[in-house]
Design a protein. Structure first.
Length: 106
């Protein structure tokens, strides 16, 4: 039996507020691991509302310190662009996403 449960990730920000995300893809790029996450939507009604807006794709880098894994937002513009291109290509193939010009996202 295939498990179709979403991969859910709960993160706490600097103010102590929890945010829930769904991991939609992971990739190794230039010897680093990255996750593509979106805000988690629990109900079908909320999902429809989110589709009416542009969903926020967040790219996070997986790091390790003292044997503990942590996630970090990619802030470097060049790194973000390069990893974003990898995710855009992969996600367009996985989810049959088209770019604004009617062609595939590159």
């Amino acid at each position: 039996m295939e498990d179709n449960a979403p991969d859910i990730l709960t993160l706490e920000d600097e103010a102590g507020q929890e945010h829930v995300f769904e991991v939609i893809d992971a990739v190794d790029f230039e010897d680093r691991r990255y996750l593509a996450v979106v805000p988690y939507i629990e109900t079908e009604e909320d999902a429809e509302a989110a589709l009416a807006e542009d969903a926020d794709l967040i790219i996070m880098r997986v790091g390790e310190e003292d044997g503990e894994e942590f996630l970090d937002i990619v802030e470097d513009d060049e790194e973000f662009y390069n990893v974003g291109e990898v995710f855009a290509k992969r996600l367009s193939e996985l989810y049959d996403i088209e770019g604004g010009d009617g062609g595939p996202v590159s």
